[in-house]
Write a protein that binds this ligand. Structure first.
Ligand code: NAP
Ligand code: F7E
Length: 329
């Protein structure tokens, strides 16, 4: 039974990747940082099937000890400060987690067992002010946020350790991927959660920032499959993972409100509070290399993604309302 370590197992991708690896027969070790309140919402339903271990990307010794104790053959580095606006308000912390954290994991691998295969969660945010449309592996980078800059460091240190120490290190340049497990501050889940609440009479407006920004949005469970495929190849490499389609935030809004037969213009308010100091206007990836070499392709269309997220939020809020009503009786 192969053993895999996932940093960031409590996040959206970590939870789906853990489920995927368990289904493949892996023993899964999930690294979590110490917090005063445990937040295992995304992993509670399979928590007993994985081993949870405390460690932190800021703490080199914790990473070395975990590798020594559990001897994984694959490490998926998904942990990061991943919210772009927070990277503008906490740029140094973002650099510590999202950039230097990658070096700490790679150094732990180099010291403990350089045969461990390594996946780095790189991001389309590295393309930022895009130099080519669509963006592919060879497209020059131009990050537009401290998050994008930190991810670019993580990308290049991964390549550097591959070339310097012959580590099987892959960088997945993943475009936005979403699901009902997405953090509520990201625009897709913010929209679908608000649509459900408005439909059920719990809210009357949705405040958003830039509606013109365009993203290549896919479905998170498809994307964790690509991570695993990268580590099963004969040689390590970097891959763009995307749908190849781009839609504006406004299109996402229209689709989500349309699904519950509401006119979005009656509810959406543009609020400069949500604008960013520098914006990424357009992202659209070319997943041809992932298709040819990994046999990967997305399985969920844009319309299906919006609908499944709205549906999940409607069901979640209906459940909560029923529970509250039952408590009142
Ligand atoms: P997420 O939901 O924000 O999860 C981030 C995870 O990192 C959480 O488990 C978090 O733990 C953990 N973490 C943060 N700081 C840590 C630290 N210092 N030590 C240990 N763990 C720490 O992110 P996601 O959407 O699943 O994304 C996974 C990775 O892919 C991230 O690196 C992200 O930047 C990258 N990425 C995401 C996308 C996307 O569209 N989702 C696209 C490209 C790349 P807590 O639960 O304790 O906060
Ligand atoms: O913003 C616009 C905002 O925060 C998408 C992370 O997973 O994907 C994610 O980064 C767009 C931006 O994701 C609101 O200005 C409008 O143009 O959902 P987001 P992101 O910044 O693209 C990449 C690939 C990652 O790697 C990151 O970790 O939507 N937008 N109004 C808004 N965004 C938010 N959050 N909230 C708004 O009210």
């Amino acid at each position: 039974m192969p053993t895999a370590l996932i940093t960031g197992i409590t996040g959206q991708d970590g939870s789906y990747l853990a489920e995927f690896l368990l289904a493949q027969g892996y023993k899964v070790i999930g690294m979590v940082r110490r917090t005063s309140t445990i937040n295992f919402d995304r992993i509670r339903h399979f928590q007993e099937d994985v081993e949870i271990v405390q460690g932190d990307l800021l703490d080199q010794m914790s990473l070395i000890s975990i590798l020594q104790e559990y001897q994984p053959s694959e490490v998926y580095n998904l942990a990061a400060q991943s919210f772009v606006p927070t990277s503008f308000t906490q740029p140094v912390l973002t650099g510590e987690f999202t950039a230097l954290g990658v070096t700490r994991v790679l150094d732990a691998i180099r010291i403990v067992d350089p045969t461990i295969r390594f996946y780095q969660a790189s991001s389309s945010e590295m393309f930022g002010k895009v130099q080519e449309v669509p963006q592919r592996e060879s497209t020059p980078f131009y990050p537009r946020s401290p998050y994008g800059v930190a991810k670019l460091y993580g990308h290049w240190i991964t390549i550097n350790y591959r070339e310097s120490y012959d580590i099987f290190a892959c960088s997945g340049i993943l475009f936005n991927h979403e699901s009902p497990r997405r953090g509520l501050e990201f625009v897709t889940h913010k929209i679908t959660n608000a649509v459900a609440r408005i439909k059920l009479g719990l809210d009357s407006e949705l405040r958003l920032g830039n509606l013109e920004a365009r993203r290549d949005w896919g479905y998170a469970p498809d994307y964790v499959r690509a991570m695993w495929l990268m580590l099963q190849q004969d040689t390590p490499d970097d891959y763009v993972v995307a749908t190849g389609e781009t839609h504006s935030v406004q299109e996402f809004v229209q689709e989500a409100f349309g699904f519950v037969d509401l006119d979005w213009e009656k509810y959406v308010v543009q609020d400069p509070k949500f604008y960013r100091p520098a914006e990424v206007d357009l992202l659209v990836g070319d997943p041809a290399k992932a298709g040819e070499r990994l046999g990967w392709e997305p399985s969920v269309s844009f319309g299906e993604l919006v609908r499944l997220m709205v549906q999940a939020d409607l069901e979640a809020w209906e459940r909560r309302l029923k529970q509250a009503a039952a408590l009142d009786q």
